[in-house]
Write a protein that binds this ligand. Structure first.
Ligand code: PRX
Length: 654
């Protein structure tokens, strides 16, 4: 980004104070929030250390709260020992053994429940099975499963024995599985024969087989959970059925007490290069962030039923399907499939049938369901809902108001939570009993988190009408620890910009006169398509792998449901086709990207041209491409272009 200040684009004036009855019963009301803020302000490290002692169960208590000797590689609670699965399961058994931990609904409509006692047993069995295969502390395990309880069991079983899981979203392709397995050096893959999604079966094992056929020399075994029941290829000696393996395993497994900093998981996410980065999270610090934010932001109560609709393949699924709610002993809902199966009432029916009280979803889903009309949610009993959440991308005020009015009946607080794969847990969000809401704003940092907006020189921007870099100014427990295998990239990506002074989120934002933050979007080449984070360079690499493609540039353009749509400008080898031939090639390239990366990365729009707009030094003018993709009048100075004539062609005018 240039030095230019970013003018704020959103204007929304309505405010919604917390409902009095809600505030009266809330865990955190305005007075309590002020106390928490003051305590954190005074001593942020001590603030988190107190919570870590009070809220988590330790095998060996820590004496060092924060070790900043290798900053910006911060280390929290370093001499403590802990086990994350113990905190998510065992510690609840005394009081909550028969409480439902997971209510599951499959896309075909099958329902299953698991109590905390059963979750313990299933997790121990799988943990023992993993051990029997020689998997132990520090080994990486790739989990590639549908949204069934087995995904959570697999994560917890890894945590139990100190293995490091890396969940790959079930919508990613074989190639993406391969890239992640190889980067992580995984010894094992846990997958399923198939999962139900959008009325079809997603053939996960088939993709995993394909990934292994093309490389992945470190993988020794594949555990296969039987979900869809369709035939699969089988490699004797490598492939093992989950049910056979766990039937033989004992239902008790002593947790491995790992150091606080022991990596709990790697989660790959897109950045501004072609290669996804393995974000590495710790055990204790991460768990504290997940635990505490779930409790505060959703005002957790013992009888709540919490449904976060995210897939476990994304960080939201890690923190708010699995670790955050389970460490609080909460009942969670997991749903396997798509929101439109069999119709647009599915989410609301699940809320009704499972008596969901806390509902957390993405703006893209809200916008899609909003389009289907308010008579659909009106058919369901949503009276149990207490708090509504939003995550993953800016929520436009129109969608916010619809969510508030139609789902929340103008009574429920909406928590718009800003955070990232890297931050581990929500960083900015209203606390529902304390914060006055503003549609479209994630309001303020939660207690213990310190944010700012700075200009190119690192100076705080105080003018409410101007934006800048969103930065976090103090370390926090659930922060990423590094990028797996590439600490230089960790420092370069998140810290170097302001000489290691701030964590640089990569978002631009502005702060209004009340101190509320408004996220304006990414400052790097990252797109948010239906809430999914995709790097433009990754999609470009996928395109240029096609034999007909010489060069490609990918940009985003606004989309009324997905938030952003993918537009690819493609330079071909050989002639530039027109008419039916062009259409056929567009189709082929879209399928090609879908196969390489997964259907979520399929470009919405592909345009062929003879060249890309480049500066004389050869740099692609992406800003210009963005304007062209949006059909905007070109206001940029094109005189510095190597090939100014190309603009008319790209815009379809030549
Ligand atoms: O641009 C911000 C956007 O999502 C990015 C992080 O993406 P990811 O790592 O996939 O994590 C998504 C789930 C936490 C951020 O840099 N983002 C996330 N939440 C919000 C948001 N933008 C605006 N408002 C939000 N509530």
């Amino acid at each position: 980004m240039s030095n230019d200040k970013i003018s704020s684009v959103l204007l929304e004036n309505r405010v919604f104070p917390p409902p009095a009855e809600f505030a009266a019963r809330a865990r955190v009301n305005a007075a309590r929030m002020a106390e928490l803020r003051a305590a954190a302000e005074k001593d942020s490290v001590g603030f988190w250390a107190d919570l870590a002692r009070r809220e988590l169960d330790w095998h060996t208590p820590f004496t060092v709260a924060l070790d900043d000797s290798a900053a910006p590689n911060y280390r929290w609670f370093t001499d403590g020992r802990i086990n994350v699965s113990y905190n998510c399961i065992d510690r609840h058994l005394a009081k909550r053994a028969d409480k439902v931990a997971i209510r599951f609904e499959g896309e075909p409509g099958d329902v299953a429940t698991l109590t905390y006692r059963q979750l313990h047993e299933e997790t121990c069995r799988l943990a023992n099975a993993l051990k029997s295969l020689g998997i132990g502390k520090g080994d990486r395990v790739v989990i590639y499963l549908p949204m069934t309880p087995q995904a959570v069991i697999a994560m917890l079983a890894c945590a139990r024995i100190g293995a490091v899981h890396s969940v790959v979203f079930g919508g990613f392709s074989a190639q993406s599985v391969k890239d992640r397995v190889e980067d992580a050096g995984a010894r094992l893959i846990i997958t399923a024969d198939g999962g139900h999604r959008g009325g079809a079966v997603v053939e996960l094992k088939k993709a995993a087989d394909e990934a292994l056929a093309g490389g992945c020399p470190t993988v020794e075994k594949m555990i296969v959970y039987k979900r869809a029941g369709q035939p699969v290829d089988w490699k004797d000696g490598r492939d093992l059925w989950w049910h056979e393996l766990t039937a033989k395993a004992a239902p008790q497994c002593e947790p491995e007490w790992v150091e606080a900093e022991h990596p709990l998981y790697l989660l790959y996410t897109s950045g501004s290069t072609g290669k996804p980065k393995g974000i590495q999270h710790s055990s204790a610090g991460y768990l504290l962030g997940a635990h505490q934010t779930t409790q505060w932001i959703f005002d957790l109560r013992e009888d709540d039923v919490f449904w976060c609709t995210a897939d476990v393949g994304w960080v939201t699924g890690h923190t708010y399907v699995c670790y955050g709610p389970l460490s609080n002993g909460t009942t969670i809902v997991m749903y396997e499939g798509g929101p439109m199966v069999p119709d647009a009432g599915r989410f609301w029916k699940i809320c009704q049938d499972h008596k969901v009280s806390l509902f957390y979803t993405a703006p893209t889903a809200i916008r899609a369901l909003m389009k289907m009309g308010e008579e659909i949610p009106a058919r369901y009993d949503l009276s149990r809902l207490r708090v509504l959440g939003s995550v993953g991308e800016p929520i436009n005020p129109e969608a916010w108001i619809w969510y508030y009015r139609v789902i929340g009946k103008e009574k429920l607080p909406i928590v718009d939570t800003w955070w990232q794969t890297e931050t581990g847990a929500a960083m900015m969000s209203p606390l529902p009993g304390a914060t006055t809401l503003k549609p479209g704003s994630c309001t303020q940092p939660i207690p213990g988190i310190f944010a700012d907006i700075v200009d190119e020189s690192g100076t705080p921007v105080t003018d409410p009408d101007h934006g800048g870099y969103l930065v976090i100014t103090k370390p926090w427990p659930s922060m990423l620890r590094t990028i797996w295998g590439d600490n230089d990239r960790y420092i370069k990506t998140y810290w170097a910009h302001f000489n290691n002074r701030y964590y640089v989120a990569g978002d631009s934002a502005h702060r209004d006169a009340d101190g509320c933050y408004w996220i304006m979007g990414r400052m790097d080449d990252v797109l948010k398509v239906a809430g999914h984070r995709l790097g433009t360079m990754e999609i470009e690499s996928a395109l240029v792998a096609h034999p007909r493609v010489a060069e490609a540039a990918v940009v985003g353009k606004p989309h009324d449901i997905k938030g952003e749509a993918i537009v690819a400008f493609v330079i071909l080898r050989g002639h530039r086709p027109v008419g039916a031939e062009a259409e056929a090639l567009v189709k082929e390239l879209r399928e090609f990207v879908s196969h390489t990366m997964g259907p979520i990365a399929k470009p919405d729009d592909i345009r062929f041209a003879d060249n890309l707009p480049k500066t004389r030094s050869g740099k692609i003018m992406r800003r210009l491409l963005r304007s062209i993709a949006r059909g905007e009048a070109i206001t940029q100075d094109v005189s510095t272009l190597e090939n100014p004539g190309i603009v008319a062609q790209l815009a379809g005018k030549a």
